[in-house]
Design a protein around this ligand. Structure first.
Ligand code: AN7
Length: 368
């Protein structure tokens, strides 16, 4: 029988705060590939998978939360939504607001979001304001707008967002048959690590569904949550907010994460960790993924992989385990990093004359 993936709300409706009557705003998000990472598995001696969230409709994991947030906005009778963003949230909010028929305003740090994300927000007709400040300043303003003006806040301080994002953990367990031993991911505003942990916990115990009674546990265990921040924007490592966060990984250039307490709980309850990786380690991991695994991500998305490689080099990754790394956003969001070599120089595409012999020569091919 014909079946199309229905988006995370309908696929996991029994475990989300929705009913049959809910008007669902969806673009078909979720159902993303869990790709076996052969080279990372060889390197570490564990079985490593990549949860490729760049395959969502707007190219990042944010769509899982945005379908819930926009559904909640419509349910609340909102006419306009607002968010602060390092880029991906704004792209997602703009697309889902369009699908919902709502106005959308996005606040981004001036000059610090990638061209791909900027163009998405504009393409979807959002009102985009570049704030003379960083993401944390943008979020502060967005929260105040939500409190004092008739706009609905769709940042992850809205619990609907975390509800939607927890479905990432459900999909991992549904694909593997149980939870992994370790789940690795980048940490910025810390919504995603909080959401995955919530999802893993809910799947490992009987669940009181609003619509389907008590659902049995799906997994037998929960993973250790390993989060990685960019070294210049690592408040969890410092133990306090950072006023001037800085990293080339603009997606995670965040100094005062909104989901602080839930992220710390995810780390501690799971027996996990939150550590830092340098921009250089992030770019190395970015290159590793594209050149060895065939998976193209944006720099911020490579922070988890950078962390795993770093921990392995320090002899701190166990062998024989199952490890899942969420790679959070698509490489095409921020493509210029691929056009740089490891030593920082620009890659120059080779130009050739319009004839086969010249092309064969350039390729080093001898005629058969
Ligand atoms: C690719 O879009 O905060 O720890 O405003 O875009 O849940 O914040 C993006 C964050 C990781 C960090 N990877 O996730 C925004 C925004 C990518 C991201 C994160 C982000 P959280």
């Amino acid at each position: 029988m014909a079946h199309q993936w229905r988006g995370v709300i309908r696929e996991y409706a029994e475990r989300l705060p929705v009913t049959e009557a809910t008007k669902v705003i969806t673009l078909g998000e979720g159902g993303t590939p869990l790709v076996h990472a052969e080279k990372l598995s060889e390197l570490t001696g564990s079985v490593v998978y990549l949860k490729v969230e760049g395959m969502n409709p707007t190219g990042s994991f944010k769509d899982r939360g945005m379908t819930m947030a926009m559904t909640a906005a419509v349910e609340a009778g909102a006419k306009a939504v607002v968010c602060a963003s390092t880029g991906n949230t704004s792209a997602s909010a703009a697309a889902y607001a369009t699908a919902a028929g709502l106005k959308c305003a996005v606040l981004v740090p001036e000059g610090k979001i990638s061209m791909g994300k900027l163009s998405q927000a504009i393409a979807h007709g959002a009102t985009l304001l570049q704030v003379d400040g960083n993401f944390d300043n943008c979020l502060d303003i967005a929260r105040k707008l939500g409190e004092s003006y008739p706009v609905f806040l769709v940042n992850s301080v809205n619990p609907a967002r975390i509800q939607g994002q927890k479905t990432g953990a459900f999909e991992v367990v549904d694909a593997l048959g149980d939870a992994p031993d370790i789940h690795v991911l980048p940490v910025g505003n810390a919504g995603n690590i909080s959401a995955y942990w919530k999802g893993y916990k809910e799947y490992s115990a009987p669940f009181e569904s609003g619509t389907a009674g008590t659902l049995p546990a799906v997994s037998t265990k929960t993973p250790a949550m390993w989060g990685f921040q960019a070294a210049g924007a690592a408040p969890f490592v410092a133990g306090h907010p950072i006023t001037e966060p800085d990293t080339i990984a603009t997606a995670i250039r965040i100094g005062n994460p909104a989901s602080w307490d839930t992220a710390v709980a995810a780390r501690d309850e799971s027996g996990g960790l939150i550590e830092a990786v340098t921009d250089e380690e992030i770019l190395d991991a970015h290159r590793w993924l594209s050149s060895k695994e065939g998976v193209f991500v944006e720099p911020g998305s490579a922070a988890g992989v950078a962390g795993l490689i770093k921990k392995h080099a320090a002899g701190q990754v166990p062998t024989g385990k199952t490890i899942v790394i969420t790679v959070t956003g698509h490489g095409l969001k921020d493509p210029q990093w691929a056009l740089r070599t490891a030593d920082g120089s620009d890659v120059q595409p080779v130009s050739v004359p319009n004839d086969v012999v010249s092309v064969a020569n350039e390729l080093g091919l001898d005629a058969k």
